[in-house]
Design a protein. Sequence first.
Length: 612
Amino acid sequence: MATEAQQPTMMEQTKQTIAELSAKVADTLNVSETAAGEKGKDAPSRDAIYVDEKTGSDETGNGSSTAPFQTPFHALLTSFPSAEVEINRPVLVLKNDSTERNDWQPISGAAMKKAKKSLDAHWKKVKKAEQGREAAEKETKEKAEREQKKREEAAKIVLVEDSTKPRAEKVKIGQLEAHRGSRVRVFGWVHRLRVQSQMTFITLRDGTGYLQLVLSGDLIKTLDALDLVTECTIEVTGDLKEVPEGKTAPGGHELVADWWRMIGKAPTGVDAYASLFNEKSDLSVRQNLRHLDLRAETPAAIMKVRAAVLSAFRAVYSKHTVMEVTPPCIVQTSVEGGASLFKFNYYGQEAYLTQSSQLYLETCLPSLGDVFCVQESFRAENSHTRRHLAEYTHLEAELAFIDFKDLMDHIETMICEVVDMVLADPIAGKLVQELNPGFKAPARPFKRLDYKDAIAFLNEHDILFQDDDPAVPPRPHQIGDDIAEAAERKMTDMLNVPIFLMNFPKHLKSFYMKKIEGDEEFTESVDVLMPNVGEIVGGSMRISDIDELMEGYKREGIPADPYYWFTDQRKYGTSEHGGYGLGVERFLAWLTNRWTVRECQLYGRWPGHAAP
């Protein structure tokens, strides 16, 4: 019997037991970390797979003791990489249950059972998905075969225009009413499309109007009929018939087609017109796709009203013997101050895009009499308000031998007569009512509101002045303040009538504006304000005295020499005269009830936006 000194200690026995167990695992199961292999490979099964739920990773681990997996499920997945591998084959999964050291122990039977159950469910799910994929592929293939067969059959049908029918006269859609009961030929873009089993209904547009037409019989069986989508261009012939009582269609008639052909196809799928945007899409999306947005009804309607407005202005100016001229856009002098000029190099000289054609119009008065122009103006101010543009259509006029009252009466007459003419137009008038339901021509006379009275009104109604520096708190308005756009619009909307806001302080206005006699700190100037928009016209009497003009140059720090040609108008026979500029886009925004002037320009230009 061994003595007490020869008996091994408890610690020594524990170490010996651990060593024997480790050796047994290594010898009998051939544990090898290199046998674990890399994640995702269908390698031969390993003797042991390591799992550590705290530090392991199913994404980056490989099942070794230095790179264990996180879950027993993933450990099994590496040993049974497909549903065909026998899941009941024994696998040793060692789990680390210590947070301080590697203490690898085989996972419990319950944990192994749960992991195998998860693995079995996984492969069933994979199998089901594969079956679904196969079924979908089969269905897609069969559909493609059916479509191919359908297209092969459709290709055999060739439409030939019937030469025995009366000759179809080519007519624009907007002129069809006079051709009811006749056979006509129309061209256009497919605006709307509704395909039924026996008939296809199309709304066609050509820019002059919209036409409903019907295709049936062989007309809907051709290859072109299968490819027909919105925005395709087509040619159609058929009988134009008035729609029966109780039914409606654009223009009150419908074309029953007897022949048609495709002129230009349009894309389908993600590139289809209807997939890109619609009229409810955000304005920024529509403006970036303006070339396509113009095909929609509302933008097209605004452009048609715009055309009618410009035509009406020209007609009314002609009626009042005001002559149209075309001043240059490239200039070397400013009108509204240098801060908002677009500058560029003009053959080695400094030049600008014009802010206004006013100064050139004034030079025309002695030879041509009263004149006007419709010209683009450019402002480089970094303004993002809903009524500012970097390029806009400026309708300007200058009138000789008038006083301030004459000027305001003239502006009022022009606006009212133009509105009356547009509303009386059978096309534009209807569009205005569709865009701005209930719109009525403004009543005359317009309200005259002195600048000083406007300051009092703003203070009476607690409309505060906000400094350009947002850190400065708002305060009541004071005489001399430049009434900001927001305050001006609030006042205009409260009064809810057209307003002549007049007699602004001279330090707020341009160097050429005439001072009020007896109140020289103020000018004979006027802005026309409209509800929902604000200012649409700015005008004034011009300085006629050469000495007063020279004083204006000096006050504003403007060198007089470049303006020699403008100064000469006071040197060679001066006269009392005045003029104004009207922003066409602002006028349209008021007339058609648009939130922003950006909708009222063919291709809008504002800071940061010059495309398409």
